[in-house]
Design a protein around this ligand. Structure first.
Ligand SMILES: Cc1cc2nc3c(=O)[nH]c(=O)nc-3n(C[C@H](O)[C@H](O)[C@H](O)COP(=O)(O)OP(=O)(O)OC[C@H]3O[C@@H](n4cnc5c(N)ncnc54)[C@H](O)[C@@H]3O)c2cc1C
Length: 288
């Protein structure tokens, strides 16, 4: 449980951190909360020669509203998201998701950027980001680019970030109108990671669902947006039978994970059940 030897630097600016990444290539790794990287280093599944510690880069933390968008710094901890009054009011799906991540120590140290960049297939936050249609800002030697959450997750622990790019902030919409949100998961008992987790936000007008986002984690090797379910729900009155029928589509086109925590068949069953429950919970909160 002792990591291989490594050097550690604490740059004060993003440019300094990017230069360190670019000049050390594969040998360098960013360190945020360390709650995924350090366990991997202790198990020697990761052996970076250099840790580029982001903790002194002030511009990476914080939550700010700007017109109809909210910007969240990548280094913002799960706890700050969970306890943000701004997010509770304007994008409640994120605090609802953050508060069921791990335990209080994990939420105090773990960061939203670390969680998204790590792309663990059982992480909670990716589902919420997919459901609300978040956009992620990557900065590297070539400059900055915005990526849609849907284009960010490429596969098992793989994202669209380049080797010298840093995820710097996340942009989420203010959820306006008559809306409801819910994140429900079946947690793995020891860690709290999602065996299956489903995040939903929906907008309702005159008792009809006019917009909906459904993000799913834990089911496949990468989190995904359940477009088929969304299409089936749009324009309906969210009646239970319609929710059940739409939720049965969540496993279409995916390859459920099969591991010591749950078989593929059981995961698929959980995904259908939890998709329906999350939609119903969100609908209830929207007053339907
Ligand atoms: C006991 C335990 C229980 C947990 N339970 C849960 C749970 O229930 N649900 C859940 O979702 N998560 C859970 N986690 C994980 C936790 O949410 C971590 O916050 C998350 O995995 C990684 O965030 P971090 O800030 O610790 O990143 P780190 O461990 O510091 O980094 C993780 C990876 O992301 C890279 N990285 C970090 N920041 C950036 C950035 N800004 N740009 C680009 N790359 C970056 C690092 O180089 C590294 O490869 C748990 C962790 C532990 C130890």
């Amino acid at each position: 449980m002792i990591p291989a030897p490594f050097d550690h630097i604490t740059p004060r600016t993003l440019d300094e951190a990017i230069r360190a990444l670019a000049s050390h290539g594969e040998e360098a790794k960013l360190l945020a909360g360390g709650h995924s990287l350090l366990p991997m280093m202790k198990l020697r599944l990761a052996r970076p020669k250099l840790l580029v510690d982001l903790s002194r880069i002030a511009e990476l933390s914080g939550i700010e509203a700007e017109r109809d968008r909210i910007f969240i710094g990548a280094l913002t901890t799960h706890y700050r998201i969970e306890s943000s009054e701004l997010l509770k009011e304007k994008c409640p799906l994120l605090p609802q998701t953050a508060r069921v991540i791990g335990d209080v120590q994990v939420r105090n140290r773990g960061t939203v950027g670390g969680s998204l960049a790590h792309a663990d297939p059982a992480a909670d936050m990716p589902a919420a980001m997919l459901a609300v249609g978040a956009e992620l800002l990557a900065r590297g030697p070539e400059g900055e680019r915005w990526l849609k959450a849907e284009d960010f997750f490429l596969g098992l622990m793989t994202t669209a970030l380049g080797p010298s790019e840093i995820l710097t902030k996340i942009r989420v919409p203010v959820l306006s109108g008559h809306h409801g949100t819910a994140y429900l998961k079946v947690p793995q008992k020891a860690s709290g990671f999602a065996i299956v987790g489903v995040a939903v936000w929906l907008r309702v007008e005159r008792q009809l669902c006019t917009e909906i986002g459904v993000g799913v984690t834990g089911l496949d090797a990468k989190p995904f947006r359940a477009r088929r379910v969304e299409e089936r729900m749009k324009g309906t009155n969210l009646a239970q039978s319609l929710v059940q029928a739409a939720s049965s589509q969540v496993t279409q086109g995916v390859s459920p994970l099969d591991d010591i925590h749950a078989s593929a068949e059981f995961r698929a069953h959980l995904a259908r059940v939890y998709t329906a429950r999350a939609i119903q919970e969100a609908a209830k909160r929207a007053g339907v």
